[in-house]
Design a binder for this molecule. Structure first.
Ligand code: SF4
Length: 333
């Protein structure tokens, strides 16, 4: 599908989310968790932007901050030309129907004391949409869209399998016909055999309802499969952003290269070399000086230990591609 990339549904500008770390008897602030530290990107209607990175890189905080579950420390989130990041909750409520979230854990995200009927009806009640008869019609149609029988309505979440529960979560997320859906690791808690069914469902619904997805995952294979573009995060910042094929075939950032190299190759004769990163992601409370990735980077040099790199423009043709590395342009030549 040809998309007008100049039209923007979401613009995230220099977004920061710093959580205070308190300690001592008087609970004094002793430092900050730099969960997000200057994240910027924009999205066009109908596209899927994948957000990928190891745990602790800030990707879930990013999703939650965008839909205003957290109030950012700094920066802005603009949805359809309206800055939503500093709105009061009561002003935000009418807009909330336009952006929804699918959570990682279908066991935790559904209230086990409510029936499926109530879980699906609740968004309509909160937003005052339709009378009882119309709501009943809508929730039956929702069940049909996500592939669950109408007999599910009077059952409770614990009576369903993990995949079915995620279908209920998806039905709830699309109930009010949002434009933007944040999918936060929507398949990582599911069996591999069920994952592809849920991914196919998400892609079918996207086509049917023209949804825009911010798709958060630690799994680059899944992200590559569903995304138009991919942003790679490391310690609260985006370190590379490009279209999904470019990220997969010619990544410019050493961190992305290492992530890609760890994807199992279906071809046993493939000569792709595995890059094994040393150590783990440093603490977002105590980030290294210079490039945050330098303690693990196989390519690090003196400058990397001293200066945080600028974003290097690696764009070829008209496909935006940047990587935050002192040597990204050399890599991408
Ligand atoms: Fe590695 Fe240096 Fe590039 Fe950082 S700036 S990713 S340490 S080469």
């Amino acid at each position: 599908m040809v998309r007008d990339m100049s039209e923007k549904i979401l613009e995230v500008q220099s977004l920061k989310m710093h959580f205070p770390v308190k300690g001592g008897v008087v609970r004094k602030v002793r430092g900050y968790v730099y969960a997000l530290d200057g994240v910027s990107f924009s999205m066009s209607p109908g596209e899927t932007l994948g957000i990928v990175g190891e745990s602790g890189c800030g990707k879930t905080t990013l999703g939650r901050t965008i839909i205003s579950l957290y109030r950012p420390t700094d920066g802005t989130v603009t949805f359809r030309n309206r800055i939503i990041s500093d709105m009061r909750q009561k002003d935000l409520l009418p807009l909330r129907r336009n952006f929804q979230m699918i959570f990682q854990d279908p066991y935790d995200s559904l209230n086990s004391r409510h029936t499926v009927r109530y879980i699906l009806e609740e968004p309509f009640i909160i937003h005052g949409t339709g009378d009882r008869k119309e709501r009943e019609k809508s929730i039956r149609s929702l069940l049909d869209m996500v592939g669950l029988p109408s007999g599910s309505l009077n059952r409770y979440p614990h009576e369903f399998s993990g995949g079915q529960r995620q279908r209920i979560g998806i039905a709830r997320a699309i109930a009010l016909r949002p434009e933007l859906v944040i999918c936060d690791e929507p398949v990582s808690a599911l069996d591999v055999s069920i994952q592809s069914q849920i991914l196919n469902l998400l892609m079918d619904l996207q086509n049917e309802l023209n949804l825009t997805y911010l798709f958060i995952s630690h799994d680059l294979t899944v992200v590559h499969h569903v995304s138009d573009r991919v942003a790679v995060m490391y310690l609260g910042r985006i370190v590379e952003l490009a279209d999904a094929d470019t990220i997969y075939k010619s990544p410019a950032h050493p961190y992305t290269q290492a992530l890609i190299s760890a994807i199992p190759e279906p071809d046993p004769l493939s000569e792709r070399e595995r890059i094994v990163l040393q150590g783990t992601v440093p603490s977002p409370v105590n980030r290294p000086a210079g490039c945050f990735f330098h303690p693990r980077c196989p390519r690090a040099e003196k400058i990397c230990r001293e200066i945080y790199p600028e974003a290097a423009n690696c764009t070829k043709g008209n496909i935006e591609h940047y990587a935050v590395c002192h040597f990204a342009k050399e890599e991408n030549r």
